[in-house]
Design a binder for this molecule. Structure first.
Ligand SMILES: NC(=O)C1=CN([C@@H]2O[C@H](COP(=O)(O)OP(=O)(O)OC[C@H]3O[C@@H](n4cnc5c(N)ncnc54)[C@H](OP(=O)(O)O)[C@@H]3O)[C@@H](O)[C@H]2O)C=CC1
Ligand SMILES: O=C(O)[C@@H]1CCC=N1
Length: 291
């Protein structure tokens, strides 16, 4: 099921705590606040050591960003929803610290690539209401794409709350948990593939004589227009591509060159490799869980 934004209701007086204050946490915080889903005072951000990063987030968004350890622990204890938003390598140690801070009412929302729900439960030493997600950084501007799965103890209200939060920052797709690794390969890492394509187009434009500004503007508008065309016309990308491609014309020459370099296979293999890497990251955390 795919749903897009258009959320009417807020999330009341719930306290949200982002455990991990990096780029993904910021993308979701900014998206939530820009859409008025809650007030900055209802949001806390916590990291491990980078105090200046917490100050920056507090200043930029007005969120709570406690500096000392006691205040961080208190914030975690009081949170209704804890977002796990640290890197996979830091996840095992960080989640173990939550064992005595969470209650059966706490909703855990993970954005960590590859980390299975069962491993979070092992790390917490208890079955919990856990929402596993795979968002992307476009959540920052409300155009995110988030895959979502639920642990068996997530209630209808909790599931709806999680979907409300992620629908506020873009589109959500509820999938079976194992497919979240595929979501990671397609849309979690996906913005980077598009940026990589754009880097190439801009560099080529410049090398062939365009100004930096012109190459950038033309590339950005092209990517924006192409994505909008797929959405607005509901046509397949392959059909839209054919409409650009005149027989023996410039596009055909370009596509043949891409084919010579196995462009399509490279994308398929990249997505597959990202999905497999997500599973590897999950397995690494699982090994650390039992240490
Ligand atoms: N970036 C992306 O595009 C996406 C990322 N994700 C997932 O989001 C997660 C975070 O990624 P990203 O935001 O890029 O990472 P960042 O490196 O930007 O941020 C990680 C944050 O976690 C904090 N942290 C690390 N260890 C702890 C700890 N023990 N306790 C509290 N905080 C801790 C770090 O704090 P400090 O700096 O003080 O160490 C830092 O604030 C990852 O698991 C990733 O798989 C998911 C989808 C997309
Ligand atoms: O590169 C990563 O591991 C994370 C997960 C998806 C996007 N960034």
């Amino acid at each position: 099921m795919l749903s897009s934004s258009g959320v009417q209701s807020g999330i009341g007086a719930l306290q949200l705590c982002f455990y991990g204050a990096g780029s993904m946490a910021e993308a979701i915080v900014r998206g939530i606040l820009d859409r008025g889903l809650t007030e900055p005072e209802q949001i806390g951000v916590i990291n491990r050591q980078n105090a200046s990063r917490l100050e920056e987030l507090a200043e930029r968004y007005g969120v709570q960003a406690p500096a000392d350890e006691e205040a961080k622990l208190a914030m975690l204890r009081q949170a209704d929803v804890i977002f796990l938003a640290m890197k996979p390598k830091d996840a095992a140690a960080a989640i173990k610290q939550l064992r005595h801070l969470v209650s059966s009412d706490t909703l855990i929302v993970s954005v960590i690539a590859g980390l299975p729900i069962r491993t979070i439960e092992v790390l917490l030493e208890q079955p919990m209401a856990i929402v596993r997600t795979m968002p992307n950084t476009s959540s920052t501007i409300g155009l995110g794409a988030t895959g979502i799965s639920f642990s068996s103890s997530v209630t209808v209200e909790q599931s709806s709350l999680a979907q409300t939060i992620f629908q506020a920052v873009g589109l959500t797709s509820v999938v079976e948990e194992p497919l979240l690794d595929v979501v990671t390969g397609v849309s979690g890492s996906g913005p980077a593939y598009v940026y990589y394509l754009m880097e190439g187009m801009i560099a080529a434009g410049r090398e062939l004589g365009l100004s930096e500004e012109a190459a950038r503007e033309l590339t950005v508008q092209t990517v924006l227009g192409a994505a909008h065309m797929v959405k607005a016309t509901n046509e397949n990308p392959a059909d839209l591509r054919r409409k650009v491609t005149s027989p023996n014309g410039t596009t055909q020459a370009a596509i043949e060159t891409l084919d010579e370099h196995h462009f399509s296979q490279a994308i398929v293999r990249a997505v597959d490799r990202a999905a497999k890497r997500a599973a590897e990251l999950g397995a690494e955390i699982e090994r650390n869980a039992t240490l």
